[in-house]
Design a protein around this ligand. Structure first.
Ligand SMILES: Cc1ncc(COP(=O)(O)O)c(C=O)c1O
Length: 379
């Protein structure tokens, strides 16, 4: 207890302590990009599923009695939707990421990963016991050079790991070039489409739209963001999914996600096709928001940001907390993102757009940000 208290005191001193805060004000924070979490079609899909199955919990792991028709139907639908051989539904995206690296990567392999990859991938990468190569963010040449180093070091299999849209920077990975590199070098690419599924790609399948069936690509589509529900779908060729079912410990030794969630995710995937206007309007609003926020005096919005996630860099933890607090007081739900979630010295606001927001709300947010930055400068 004493160690925990000291550690917590250190977090407070460095303004890195975290606390729970209920949603309040206009949502510029959640990942409900398409407004699906409260979409009537998803709500009725869950109601119908509960009526049909008559059960709330799966009451067992997938390999025991927890595997239900709703899971099977989702996985068949998802494989067809993403154009891959097979799909596997995990209870969270975090667990899916962890399972991918700890199950598929052997100790004589090498993992080359982007320095800004999500914590869930990092946990898996560190637990995988393979050789690790961390490379400069979104730098395809750095990936190519690391592949050579990994091969010289005798790696049996080289794995490349990226996010397609980065969760805290809102920029987009060179997925096509990475797929080409994987083919040229006999490597495998794991691409986390968490913030792109439903939003990016010609048909809303993510940045790798049309490439999820490539045998060198394994993609992760989390279901708690644009899809409005919960869980994580892994898409891959048959042998990868078959092996995960037999060997992925987070899949095997955990109660199956409730089947009603699988119904909701299936409905959400269908809605991506039925209501394409949502992602089109979202991307249009995002471009407007990026321009408006970047024009605010003193606001640093990297010009690499190219999605519905807009970082406003503030540097120190204290500044990020003050400005986020002022925005919340003004009625906007905006949170400060601090290290270790982002690198030291890059504490920021993470403005996240939903299609449910309006241009007027974006303009009001930009005005409130201008006031908050001016007040912070004067203080
Ligand atoms: C890039 C990325 N991958 C994976 C996850 C984990 O997904 P889930 O929230 O479903 O556990 C997140 C969630 O924050 C994420 O941002």
């Amino acid at each position: 207890m004493r160690r925990l208290q000291e550690e917590f005191a250190r977090l407070r001193r460095t303004q890195r302590q975290r606390s729970l805060e209920l949603p309040r004000g206009i949502d510029f924070t959640s990942n409900d990009y398409l407004g699906f979490s409260s979409h009537p079609a998803l709500v009725s899909a869950v109601r119908d599923a509960l009526d049909e199955t008559g059960s709330v919990g799966a009451a067992g792991s997938r390999l025991l009695r927890g595997h239900q028709p709703g899971h099977a139907a989702l996985e068949t639908f998802a494989a067809a939707f993403f154009g891959c051989d097979k799909a596997l539904y995990f209870s969270t995206g975090f667990l899916a990421n962890y399972a991918l690296f700890t199950t598929l990567v052997g100790r004589h392999d090498a993992i080359i990963f982007d320095e800004l990859i999500h914590a869930s991938a990092k946990e898996g990468i560190h637990a995988a016991h393979a050789r690790r190569f961390k490379v400069r963010h979104n730098d395809i040449d750095a990936f190519a050079a690391a592949v050579q180093r990994a091969k010289q070091a005798g790696a049996q299999q080289v794995w490349l790991a990226v996010e397609s849209v980065y969760s805290m920077d809102g920029d987009v990975a060179p997925v096509e070039a990475l797929i080409a590199l994987a083919h040229a070098e006999d490597a495998m690419l794991i691409v986390d489409e968490a913030h792109a599924t439903g939003v990016f790609g010609a048909s809303g399948r993510g940045v790798g739209d049309g490439r999820h069936g490539d045998p060198r690509v394994i993609s992760l589509h989390t279901c708690g963001k644009a899809l409005g529900a919960a869980g994580g779908l892994v898409c891959a060729c048959g042998p990868v999914i078959d092996y995960l079912i037999s060997a992925a410990r987070p899949f095997i030794y955990s109660t199956a996600p409730p089947a009603f969630l699988a119904f909701a995710v299936r409905r959400a995937l269908a809605l991506i096709t039925e209501e394409p206007w949502r992602r089109h309007d979202l991307l249009q609003l995002s471009a407007l928001a990026r321009a408006k926020l970047a024009a605010v005096p003193g606001a640093v919005v990297p010009d690499t940001a190219a999605s519905q996630i807009i970082p406003v860099l503030l540097g120190t933890e204290a500044r990020a907390l003050t400005v986020a607090g002022a925005l919340r007081t003004a009625g906007f739900d905006v949170r400060a993102i601090r290290p270790p979630t982002v690198p030291p010295g890059t504490a920021r606001l993470r403005i996240s757009l939903s299609v449910e927001r309006t241009e007027a709300e974006v303009e009001a947010l930009a005005e409130a940000l201008a006031r908050a930055l001016a007040a912070d400068k004067a203080a």
